[in-house]
Design a protein around this ligand. Sequence first.
Ligand code: G3P
Length: 219
Amino acid sequence: MKFFLDTADVAEIRHAAALGLIDGVTTNPSLIARTGRSFGEVIREICDVVDGPVSAETVSRDYAGIMREAHHLAKIHKNIVVKIPIFDEGLQAVRRCAAEGIHTNVTLIFSPNQALLAAKAGATFVSPFAGRLDDTGIVGTQVIRQMVDIFRTYAFKSEVLVASIRDPLHVTEAALAGAHICTIPPAVLKALSKHPLTDIGLEKFLADWKTAKKDGFPV
Ligand code: G3P
């Protein structure tokens, strides 16, 4: 499973990339606005920090506008993935981008049918929002499992990129559902390696080490 970092905070991206924990980055208009910085500047900087797919979202609501944005974004860097929300004109643009070799990430997906439409249009990634499905009382990762099954049945090349991840359990459930990628907020990524029993065990090991015969170890 690949891990993308779901943020536009370049400092967080640098930190996670230095640890070798991430394979790409996803942004959206809300995450960009949260930085207080200009869109183009942030996206260019992220592309310089991470050697992997970087999703940058379009905001036009018409086909011509989306394609204008897609061409502009694709020119910024070879790793740019054009993020397009799912709606009919968006899908038309996804199909055109696929024909031109521009990678796309179809976002704001909440149903298997939306994921199926995006895969049929040739999306590189489809982004179901697990947390926001949970917010409505639906078990988000069960919907994601349905998407994965459909993609396997028809051998779609599109990859399921689980978004709206709120806690480590979402990552576990997305992995069990067979999703290809999780895009994870920095705080959740930091929590993945943590466990209280690990802390307790490490403390005990180090306490016992104090009385061990070391003959020069650790070097
Ligand atoms: O990638 C989408 C994600 O940023 C949305 O997360 O928690 O606002 O549903 P959330």
